[in-house]
Every structure is written in structure tokens, then in C-alpha cells.
Write a protein that binds this ligand. Structure first.
Ligand code: GTP
Ligand code: MG
Length: 194
């Protein structure tokens, strides 16, 4: 897809506040600080459409961005950060489960994992939600620039085994070098039927 415009539409925590209309949606999920916002910014060629930060847990709402007249890009709140206040943590689960299970516009979820880490219980939970709700996942292993080619392959294999994914099902990505961007777009386009 050629991105001509990207515009912030709104933030929401519950269905009454989701945008109206029937634009298809692709959501982005992953643990706090994994690099979700950085990935989104690279995909739409913007430096700071979505705020990135070195402080994890900044994004605590579901944020909707419209790309062209084509689809809605949805930045989901990150999970797994210990210092997030307890009431925010309690809201996270029903907020995510409601969005993932009820949102008819949703066509797929980009699940972002740090290539250096073993997937967490929450990562596995997220993938199992997607599987049980029948939402196609696009699994992205990010921060690839931090590893050598050999280490990447090794970590990729470990993560695939851990999550019961085939090797061809994951995309390797770096927000620094932008490698992997085209492959992720190809998968998004396929889910959108572009
Ligand atoms: P929250 O919204 O707080 O949950 O974080 P996030 O998942 O949106 O992460 P964000 O994009 O804000 O990135 C977190 C930190 O990781 C920032 O310091 C980024 O610069 C860094 N980062 C993100 N992607 C990459 C990458 O591919 N390579 C490297 N080396 N650093 C990255
Ligand atoms: Mg973010």
C-alpha cells in the first residue's frame, strides 16, 4: 500500500467510543516498550505519528489512526509492565478482550515480540486469544538490529517453537534499519484484500 495520509482519529477504551463506519482495521499489540509505536511510525513513514518513549506503558488507550481512505491502524495498549498502576492493569484485560472478540472491523493483529526475549505468558495469552477468536496474526520479531545474523536465526527458531509457529509465519524487523517493512506491508495488504 502507498501511504498518502495518516491521521489520528480518536482514542477509546470501550466499544461506544470506537470509530463509526466500516473501515477495516489492523491492530498492533505487544508488551510495553517492545517497539509497537516505532514499528507503526516506520510503516507509515512518519517520525512521530505515534509517540515513542523510553518509559514503558505510555500507551494505555486504544488509539485509532486512519490511513488514506483504506483502513484504520489501531495501536493497542502494551502489556506486562510491572510499574503500570494496578487499576490500569485491571482495565487492560477486559478492554483487550472486548476489542478483539467484538470488533467486526478487525481483520488482523500484528503481534510484536522482542527477538531477544522468550515470549512471556501475556504474549502467549495474546496469541491464544487471536487463535480462539479466529483473528489472523502477523507475528513480528523486532529489534533485529541488536543481534547478529546467526543469533537472529537461533532466536527466531526458539520463539517459533515456543509459540508453535512455522518459521515462515514470522517477520523479522528493525525500526532502526527499517528492514522487514515491505514484508509486513505485504501481509497487511493481503489481510485487507488490497
Ligand atoms: P509503549 O507504548 O510504552 O508500550 O511502548 P512501545 O511498544 O510503543 O515502544 P516504543 O516504540 O515506544 O519503543 C520503545 C523503545 O525501544 C524506544 O526507546 C525505541 O527507540 C526502542 N526501539 C523500538 N524499536 C526498535 C528497534 O527496532 N531497534 C532498536 N534498537 N530499538 C528500538
Ligand atoms: Mg507505544
Amino acid at each position: 500500500m502507498i501511504v498518502k495520509t495518516t491521521e489520528f482519529i480518536k482514542s477509546a477504551t470501550r466499544p461506544a467510543h470506537y470509530p463509526e463506519g466500516d473501515l477495516p482495521e489492523i491492530a498492533f499489540a505487544g508488551r510495553s516498550n517492545v517497539g509497537k509505536s516505532s514499528l507503526v511510525n516506520v510503516l507509515v513513514n512518519r517520525k512521530n505519528l505515534v509517540r515513542t518513549s523510553s518509559t514503558p506503558g505510555r500507551t494505555q488507550l486504544i488509539n485509532f489512526f486512519q490511513v488514506n481512505d483504506d483502513f484504520m491502524l489501531v495501536d493497542l495498549p502494551g502489556y506486562g509492565y510491572a510499574k503500570v498502576p494496578l487499576d490500569v492493569k485491571r482495565q487492560w484485560r477486559p478492554m483487550m478482550e472486548t476489542y478483539l472478540s467484538k470488533r467486526e472491523n478487525l481483520r488482523g493483529v500484528v503481534l510484536i515480540l522482542d527477538i531477544r526475549r522468550v515470549p512471556s505468558e501475556e504474549d502467549r495469552q495474546m496469541l491464544s486469544w487471536l487463535r480462539s477468536f479466529g483473528i489472523p496474526p502477523i507475528v513480528v520479531l523486532t529489534k533485529c538490529d541488536k543481534l547478529s545474523k546467526n543469533e537472529r536465526a537461533r532466536q527466531g527458531a526458539l520463539i517459533c517453537k515456543n509459540l508453535e509457529l512455522d518459521k515462515g509465519e514470522v517477520c523479522f524487523f528493525s525500526a532502526l534499519s527499517r528492514e522487514g517493512k515491505d514484508g509486513i506491508w505485504a501481509r497487511i495488504d493481503a489481510l485487507l484484500g488490497v
